[in-house]
Design a protein around this ligand. Structure first.
Ligand SMILES: C[S@@+](CC[C@H](N)C(=O)[O-])C[C@H]1O[C@@H](n2cnc3c(N)ncnc32)[C@H](O)[C@@H]1O
Length: 215
């Protein structure tokens, strides 16, 4: 019922309907809790509202199968809140991946020029056959359709390293659906949950393109 679905809704509510221990891998890019606004004024829902983001990880942990992985991007300025909520949800930090960018996103106390994600474990997952190096190549998506879109080439190696063909990959903060697209292109099933309808429609279009590409 939850395989290969794009669900437009609030993740906390949607995941409550999802059976426990049913998801093989979570790859997600939640709002970084920084009140983000890009140069053209685009914002992200819940980026100023930790209550709309952090409690979702309790459900993520419940729906993940025992001994499996969750990979979550995060914003460094809210790491205390994220790490506290992951720990409370039973998700243990087992690795950290960085993507150095060849350009600066923003300048302040330093020039901000990398993205980062934590590798979190529920239980004791079997280690991947080919563990990823914790410094990965970045590719800029162009952010044309979504203000913080990740490139498929950034997400696909995570899915390939931490899941098997046919596994179910969940993204509870799906945006334009990059995780679902990368999962489909890698022969995995997906469950993509996103609040904003325009991004759910975009995900549908992108996945229709994948189906044509794979046909
Ligand atoms: C950082 S963006 C993800 C971008 C995505 N990685 C991509 O490549 O397009 C986070 C997304 O989470 C969505 N969101 C925020 N809170 C949510 C919630 N409680 N349930 C579902 N989606 C949510 C926002 O609308 C936003 O599109």
């Amino acid at each position: 019922m939850f395989r290969n679905q794009i669900i437009c809704g609030e993740s906390l509510q949607v995941l409550t309907q999802c059976p426990s221990n049913s998801v093989d891998l979570v790859v997600t890019d939640p709002p970084y809790l920084i009140n983000y606004k890009d140069s053209s004024g685009r914002t992200l829902l819940n980026d100023d509202n930790p209550e709309g983001v952090l409690p979702v990880f309790d459900q993520v942990s419940r729906v993940l199968k025992p001994d499996s992985y969750c990979i979550s991007f995060y914003g460094w300025s809210a790491i205390a809140q994220f790490s506290q909520c992951w720990q409370a949800a039973g998700l243990r930090i087992v690795g950290h991946i960085v993507w150095p960018k060849p350009y600066t996103s923003r300048a302040g106390h330093v020039r901000y020029a990398h993205e980062a994600a934590y590798v979190l474990a529920k239980g004791k997952p079997q280690r991947p056959e080919k563990p990823l190096k914790d410094v990965q190549s970045w590719q800029y998506s162009g952010n044309r359709s979504h203000p913080t879109e990740k490139a498929v080439k950034v997400i696909a190696p995570l899915i390939k390293a931490y899941s098997k063909p046919g596994d179910l990959v969940l993204d509870p903060f799906a945006g334009s659906g990059t995780t679902a697209v990368a999962a489909a292109l890698s022969g995995r099933d997906y469950l993509s949950i996103e609040l904003e309808q325009k991004y759910c429609q975009l995900t549908e279009k992108r996945l229709a393109g994948v189906a044509r590409y794979c046909a």
